[in-house]
Design a binder for this molecule. Structure first.
Ligand code: KG4
Ligand code: ZN
Length: 385
């Protein structure tokens, strides 16, 4: 069943209104993402009420465009998949309400998807699209985004069909951040340095122009797991210390006036070019940015590889918004090759929030006929199991 199942995915958990059509979890026919960056930028971060309002505005056109680009009509769609959580309550509510209304009026099944499961399935979608149907298990997935830094051991449950595409999946959380998510650290440090929102892409581009060895962040700022930690905490992360260390460095070196000048120069620019950034960023700041990124990347890679070794995993997935980071990708590729573990990433477009990943994650549930009742609720803190 279902090789020609077309699933319409809807994603509205944070600041992206997205819709996509995916065939059988393996072919992305369209992937429409309406970004809300311009709306939230003046506030330096996502304003939940504004996010809900923008989702309300964008959801109908996003779905219409996704169908148009896929060359499909509502009648061709076999199921409607939507992000149930985790995310901003009001933002999730818009997507879930619209998906329910569509499912009800079209008489199509509704599938509730965990956003984190979506990020994991973004990798699977693209591997299948490339013709790779031979994944080796167990898989360890690092989901690293603005809201999460989580390590999951992933495995399909015994598949009736024998193929992993048809099986429901099981996830075991083996590590997570104890405080800030890695993407949150990128965003907070960027904001602190007057680089605007969102911070990850700006830091990624500017770090290439700085010396990553210039500022030493001690291991105290990257807390290691406690000695004798239980298995559930042994692979935990922590990113609040390094953010404080950056702030202290800024204060000690009297960098505030240049930060204020940069903030003013970049105000009102939605996507500054690298040249525009470089024109207002001195060498000390570039070195700080590069050193910060290096520390975060080294920590993510080292702890993930420790976990991979300990749990004897066959394949690593790195996914979520921060997986778009070029230094993270390069370091994982190099260190993964040294350890003999293949590391798979989604393309950049499927690393950050999108609805293709939601439609892909819904496919095994579609095959298993795991449908959501029309009265299911969005859950801001939904856990992945
Ligand atoms: O997955 P995502 O789009 O939304 C969440 O589920 O959170 O991730 C957004 C996060 C933001 O913190 C953003 O700064 C970060 O991903 N990000 C990056 C890059 N692109 C996006 N962080 C580092 N380098 C990047 N190139
Ligand atoms: Zn996300």
């Amino acid at each position: 069943m279902g090789k020609d199942a077309y699933i319409l995915g809807i994603e509205s958990s944070c600041d992206e209104t997205a819709a996509a059509v995916v065939r059988a979890g393996e072919q992305l026919l369209s992937n429409v993402v309406f970004s809300q960056i311009a709306t939230h930028q003046p506030y330096g971060g996502v304003v939940p009420e504004l996010a809900s309002r923008e989702h309300l505005r964008g959801i109908v056109p996003a779905v219409r465009q996704a169908l148009e680009q896929a060359g499909k009509s509502f009648a061709d769609i076999d199921a409607i998949a939507v992000t149930q959580g985790p995310g901003l309550a009001g933002a999730l509510f818009v997507g879930v309400s619209y998906a329910k209304a569509l499912a009800f009026s079209l008489g199509k099944p509704l599938i509730a998807v965990n956003h984190l499961e979506g990020h994991i399935h973004a990798v699977l979608l693209e591997e299948r699209q490339k013709g790779n149907h031979e994944l080796r298990f167990p898989v360890l997935a690092l989901v690293v985004s603005g809201g999460h830094t989580h390590l999951y051991l992933c495995e399909p449950l015994a598949a009736e069909t024998g193929a992993e595409t048809g099986a429901a999946w099981h996830y075991e959380l083996i590590g997570r951040t104890r405080d800030d998510a890695a993407g949150e650290a990128f965003d907070k440090v960027a904001k602190l340095l007057g680089l605007g929102y969102p911070g990850g892409p700006a830091i990624d581009r500017l770090a290439k122009h700085g010396d990553a060895q210039a500022v030493k962040f001690g291991s105290a700022q990257m807390k290691a797991p406690m000695r004798g930690a239980k298995a559930s905490t042994a692979h935990d992360f922590s990113f609040s210390g390094i953010k404080t260390a950056v702030l202290r460095y800024v204060e000690l070196n009297g960098m505030q006036p240049s930060i204020d000048a940069r903030r003013q120069a970049l105000a009102g620019k939605t996507r500054p070019t690298v040249e525009e950034y470089l024109a207002v960023t001195d060498k000390r700041t570039l070195d700080l940015i590069a050193s910060f990124q290096r520390s975060v990347v080294d920590d993510l890679v080292a702890k993930t590889l420790d976990a991979a070794r300990e749990r004897e995993v066959a394949t690593l997935f790195v996914t979520g918004g921060v997986a778009a980071n070029s230094e993270l990708r390069a370091t994982f590729e190099k260190r993964g090759a040294q350890e003999g573990v293949p590391v798979l990433f989604p393309s950049r477009a499927l690393s950050t929030d999108n609805a293709g990943m939601i439609a892909a994650a819904a496919y095994p549930k579609f095959v298993a006929r795991e449908f959501a009742p029309l009265d299911f609720s969005p859950e801001a803190t939904l856990a992945l199991r």
